[in-house]
Write a new protein. Structure first.
Length: 158
């Protein structure tokens, strides 16, 4: 919210106010709003400089794009790798393959030796997980549909 200062000057007199006694008033002190909390204890986490922060962001960005690229490759590969498996087993095999590839990216991320504070350790796992899962499933479904589109007569000529 916007902070507004209170007026400290007297209001201009109205014609009816001329008969009333003018009372002098002191300007009221405005209460403090949103003052930062004062703490005597030192910060628990060390402050990082700009170079360390940018290196961490660069590595997390690299991990994100690695997962996006692997999702596209693994989704396409799943169409052809699990071609011989029929029915429900194909779906579960592909999901298991997706999880194994993602676990591999966690190992790669730990090998990148990112200097993350203890509060950000879960970023190794969560960085790009949603994009990875949805992109993998989307690519897998699209490539499977394109590969098997001639097998079923749907009435649509492609």
């Amino acid at each position: 919210m916007a902070k507004h200062k209170k007026k400290t000057s007297e209001p201009t007199p109205e014609p009816e106010d001329s008969k009333k006694e003018i009372v002098e008033s002191k300007p009221e002190e405005a209460p403090e709003t949103e003052s930062p909390p004062v703490s005597d204890s030192p910060p628990t986490e060390p402050t990082t400089n700009l170079a360390e922060s940018s290196e961490k962001d660069r590595k997390l960005n690299k991990l994100f794009w690695l997962r996006v690229g692997l999702a596209i490759l693994a989704g396409t590969a799943a169409t052809f790798i699990f071609e011989d498996i029929e029915g429900e087993e194909r779906r579960w095999a592909s999901i298991g393959f997706m999880i194994v590839i993602f676990a591999g990216t966690i190992v790669v991320a730990k090998g990148m030796k990112m200097q993350l504070p203890s509060s950000d350790r879960k970023k190794i796992v969560t960085q790009g997980i949603g994009s990875y899962i949805f992109l993998y499933l989307f690519i897998w479904i699209v490539t499977y549909t394109l590969v098997h589109s001639g097998d079923v007569s749907s009435g649509i000529n492609i």
